[in-house]
Each structure stands twice: as structure tokens, then as C-alpha cells.
Design a protein around this ligand. Structure first.
Ligand SMILES: C[S@@+](CC[C@H](N)C(=O)[O-])C[C@H]1O[C@@H](n2cnc3c(N)ncnc32)[C@H](O)[C@@H]1O
Length: 186
């Protein structure tokens, strides 16, 4: 099934109330890791990039600014809640990213959006994105992240390249006490 996940519970109506686990991950910005060859690799001046942008599909949240991304991802999470069976889990992989040098706490923002659709955070697992060397971890930060970090250091800003994803685990919040409807005035 391929479709706009903002309508996931309508697209997967047979799965409503059935899912033990929904695993998802929001895009952050129009760029993907893609493929990169720097002048050091190619011997040519400049950086060559390919497969580094998402499709131009307007439904793709990769082309939204942060407010649109959070609004759209909130709708996706709301649909995910409808898919969950009792005790089911929504798992989100997400990491902070930089926009014009500023660190954006996307995991924190996703946690807030999840709270607004009745999900509570039950676990946060830090997943290192790295290789295993003989006696140490080998950083696998993307070319673009390292490039941003190097530019920052050159300007005197001690920027670090993010080397992890957060795995956020959510469950449905227990139903609160039923609110009595306000009395009608005669
Ligand atoms: C961070 S990536 C996650 C990739 C996924 N974990 C995988 O291994 O393929 C975010 C994905 O969300 C997709 N996406 C963005 N907007 C979407 C939408 N409205 N409906 C469904 N998928 C969407 C993007 O195209 C991208 O593939």
C-alpha cells in the first residue's frame, strides 16, 4: 500500500484497533543522505551529489517547513493511535538536525505532537549510528553534517555532528475521567 500517511487510518481501515506496533520516522528537510563525492574523492573541484533530494510530491512532508512538518506528523500520529490494539506501541525514530547552523530539537517537538494526540512517552532509546572499529566506535555522520560542523568550527562555533537517532516509544494514554457535559441553561 502506498499513500499519504496523514490519512493512514482511512487507508488501512481494516487494521484499525489491530496493530501491536506502528514504526514510523518523519523526514527532516528536503535532503536525504544520498551519495556524495567530494573533491578529495574525485580529484575534481567541487562536491558532486546525487539521490540527495526527496521526490517533488507535494504530499511529502520533507518539503514543509517545521510547523507544516509537525502539523502533518501530528496527523500521522493521530492515525497511528487509531490503528493500535490495546497495549500497542507507536515507535518513532527521529534525531535533532541543524537548520542554518541552529540545532532543532525534533525529538522534543515530536514528543509534544504525540502528547496532543493522546500518546505518552514510555521509553527513549538512544541508537548510535556508528561502525564498530577494533577498539572504538567509528562515527558515521553524513557528509553534510560533517560539512556543517567544520564550517561552524571555522567560525569559532563548537558544533558537534549528531551521531545518534532517538527511538521514542509511545503508548496510548489511559482514558481520563469522563468529563460531565456542561449543563444547559433552560
Ligand atoms: C526519515 S525517512 C524514513 C525512511 C524509512 N525509515 C525507511 O527506511 O524507508 C521519512 C520518509 O517519510 C516519507 N514521507 C514523507 N511524507 C509522507 C507522507 N505524507 N506520507 C507517507 N510518507 C511520507 C518520505 O518520503 C521518507 O521516505
Amino acid at each position: 500500500m502506498v499513500g499519504d500517511a496523514r490519512a493512514i487510518s482511512a487507508l488501512l481501515s481494516d487494521a484499525v484497533g489491530q496493530a501491536a506496533l506502528v514504526l514510523t520516522s518523519p523526514p527532516y528537510g528536503a535532503a536525504t543522505h544520498g551519495h556524495v563525492r567530494s573533491s578529495r574523492d574525485s580529484g575534481q573541484p567541487g562536491v558532486r551529489k546525487w539521490n540527495h533530494l526527496y521526490s517533488r510530491d507535494r504530499a511529502n512532508l520533507a518539503h514543509q517547513g517545521l510547523p507544516g512538518l509537525l502539523e502533518g506528523f501530528g496527523r500521522i500520529l493521530s492515525g497511528c493511535v487509531r490503528l493500535l490494539r490495546p497495549g500497542g506501541v507507536v515507535a518513532v525514530t527521529v534525531r535533532p538536525y541543524r537548520e542554518r547552523g541552529e540545532l532543532i530539537d525534533l525529538p522534543g517537538q515530536v514528543q509534544q505532537a504525540a502528547g496532543q494526540v493522546g500518546l505518552v512517552l514510555t521509553d527513549r532509546i538512544v541508537c548510535l549510528l556508528c561502525g564498530l572499529g577494533q577498539d572504538r566506535l567509528v562515527n558515521r555522520a553524513s557528509f553534510f553534517q560533517l560539512h556543517e560542523a567544520r564550517k561552524g568550527w571555522a567560525r569559532g562555533l563548537p558544533i558537534h555532528a549528531t551521531a545518534h537517532e532517538d527511538l521514542l516509544i509511545f503508548r496510548k494514554a489511559p482514558a481520563g475521567p469522563i468529563q460531565a457535559a456542561p449543563e444547559q441553561n433552560p
